[in-house]
Write a protein that binds this ligand. Structure first.
Ligand code: PEP
Ligand code: MN
Length: 263
């Protein structure tokens, strides 16, 4: 990694009054996909009540199967805006396709670029033309170098507000959905100083592993945690098996105060 030349990126990214990359831990939580007003608002109120700062929720979903629920699209974005209005939480939501940049950018406080799009260089270049913070999830088969160079596409095209998100990589191990690479967290904080978030939900795929791996990620130096939560995970249209219940999330927030300064 010695030969990596990174343009000036922000070591601390500001999303309104929420600061990502300083000493306080930032928590992003919400459903995998926005499914309904009731589902989203229930989750959003819980995030707010427990002290989280950012509401997540996909309106455009990159599903492995074309037959799976693909998201509510603009209707989902409107529900996110309604939840923001009520709770004051900031919104992070996935941008899947360059044709939707204008639309999603009208609603999102942070644009999430998913694992499957990490090396979509045409999209990354276009994000360079915005000021909106970009959360770049690691490609599940990408090296740290490839990931940092993907971030460099956004930064070198004019947008220094990049936040990384480690969400697990594919290894020989199949007992968990992916393998969360905690090395990446420690290495990036030590050598590159980009803000970085840990996503133990996708990283493990198992609800009962989310809490311990969230704490491990924070101990390794993550600036924030992103977790999936659902009022009724059994009925989730997406990623129910890794979604925390409201109670599980409340416990996680309590536990995290033991390992970090939760703002
Ligand atoms: C997500 O966070 O909703 C998601 C689809 O994650 P990833 O791109 O990491 O699979
Ligand atoms: Mn998901």
């Amino acid at each position: 990694l010695n030969d990596l030349e990174l343009t000036d990126h922000k070591e601390v990214v500001k999303v309104g009054d929420v600061v990502i990359g300083d000493n306080d831990l930032v928590v992003m939580a919400g459903p995998c996909a926005v499914e309904s007003r009731e589902q989203l608002l229930t989750a959003a109120r819980e995030v707010k009540k427990c002290g989280g700062q950012i509401l997540r929720g996909g309106a455009f979903k990159p599903r492995t199967s074309p037959h799976s629920f693909q998201g509510l699209g603009e209707e989902g974005l409107k529900l996110l805006a309604e939840a923001r209005e009520e709770t004051g939480l900031k919104i992070v939501t996935e941008l899947l396709d360059a044709t939707d940049i204008e639309l999603v950018n009208q609603y999102a406080d942070i644009l999430q670029i998913g694992s499957r799009n990490m090396q979509n260089y045409a999209l990354l270049k276009k994000l360079g033309q915005l000021d909106t913070p970009v959360m770049l999830k690691r490609g599940y088969a990408a090296t740290i170098k490839e990931w940092l160079l993907a971030a460099e596409y956004v930064v070198s095209h004019g947008n220094p507000n990049v936040i990384l998100c480690e969400r697990g990589i594919r290894t020989f191990e199949t007992a968990t959905r992916y393998t969360l690479d905690l090395n990446a967290i420690a290495l990036i904080k030590a050598e590159f100083k980009l803000p970085i978030i840990i996503d133990p939900s996708h990283g493990t795929g198992k609800r009962n592993l989310v809490n311990p791996l969230a704490k491990a990620g924070v101990s390794a130096g993550a600036d924030g945690v992103m977790v999936e939560i659902h009022p009724n995970p059994e009925e989730a249209l997406c990623d129910g098996g890794q979604s925390l219940t409201m109670k599980g999330f409340s416990k996680l927030m309590h536990d995290l105060t033991g390992v970090a300064d939760v703002v």
